[in-house]
Design a binder for this molecule. Structure first.
Ligand code: PMP
Length: 283
């Protein structure tokens, strides 16, 4: 079945789903996006993802391309047309097409693209597999809370990580604080089994997975402290994991070649992985 992509009002075969050369997303990275998990044909955590989309757009003074109900209908239809029961939905909204000029067009018409891709996710009884991470200087802008398509520092850091065999680049600010991963939030487990993650604010993207895991952990009597920690605390953590809609809960067993904790997936990370996996399956 050919893939079908929603582009500004039409469902197009993927090979024809292109954007105008003067789309401001293409020329200025003037747009935002969302990636949402699909499991058992359900759109997982749809509300917080669409809330975040609305917030990102509002922060950039881009209007919603359509009402929320219509947007949900297009998401469902894109999923259905592509027969995605397990996979993810990608949504991108830009300030639209206009003659190239840095300032906003006088009557902007936002562009909306929605695509759906199949991907197999872990089964309910599967165990998380660990990987290594690389530290990267956090060179991003001061509004990382906006899910902007302007991802160049993340792209460069993640490419360096990949070349070194790592699964994620963990961003460290010049003052030593650890913010988040190139495309994930970072969590550490201390010697008391308490979770630590960077607080919400302009230095990180408020991950939907981060929010869900905070709730799941607290319900399971695992304490969560939202306070910045530094490189030293990261390297001395008992366990580390990173989270995102598509990477789930990914254990980090080594950083820049140095072993973390016992060098194996720890009990707290395993527990959080299982809780999140069950959540995505609505169990
Ligand atoms: N931080 C960054 C920089 C990201 O790109 C992502 C994934 N889009 C996340 C955190 C995690 O967000 P979510 O849990 O909503 O996927």
């Amino acid at each position: 079945m050919p893939r079908s992509v929603y582009v500004n009002g039409s469902y197009l075969p993927a090979q024809y789903a292109s954007v105008h050369y003067e789309d401001r997303g293409y020329q200025f990275a003037d747009g935002v996006y969302e990636v949402i998990l699909v499991r058992q044909s359900a759109i997982v955590d749809k509300s917080p993802h669409l809330d975040r989309l609305e917030r990102s757009l509002k922060e950039l003074s881009i209007s919603m391309p359509m009402g929320r109900m219509s947007l949900e209908a297009v998401i469902n239809e894109t999923r259905r047309r592509n027969n995605v029961d397990e996979g993810f939905i990608y949504i991108q909204v830009t300030r639209g097409v206009a003659p190239r000029d840095h300032t906003f067009p006088s009557v902007p018409i936002p562009s909306l693209i929605i695509s759906a891709k199949r991907r197999a996710w872990p089964s309910i009884d599967s165990k998380p597999k660990g990987g290594s991470a690389m530290l990267a200087r956090d060179e991003r802008w001061a509004r990382c809370d906006i899910k902007s398509v302007g991802l160049l520092p993340n792209v460069l850091a993640k490419e360096r990580a990949k070349k070194s065999g790592a699964v994620e680049a963990i961003m460290v600010r010049d003052d030593g604080r650890v913010t988040e991963g190139g495309s994930s939030n970072v969590w550490i487990v201390d010697d008391d089994g308490v979770l630590h993650t960077h607080p919400l604010g302009p230095e990180i993207l408020g991950g939907v997975t981060r929010g869900v895991i905070k709730e799941l952990a607290e319900k399971a009597q695992i304490s969560v402290i939202e306070e910045a920690f530094d490189r030293k605390a990261l390297l001395e953590a008992r366990e580390i994991f990173v989270t995102s809609a598509t990477s789930f809960v990914k254990p980090i067993l080594a950083i820049d070649g140095a072993q973390i904790g016992d060098g194996v997936v720890g009990p707290v990370t395993s527990r959080i992985f299982s809780l999140y996996n069950a959540h995505t399956l609505a169990i």
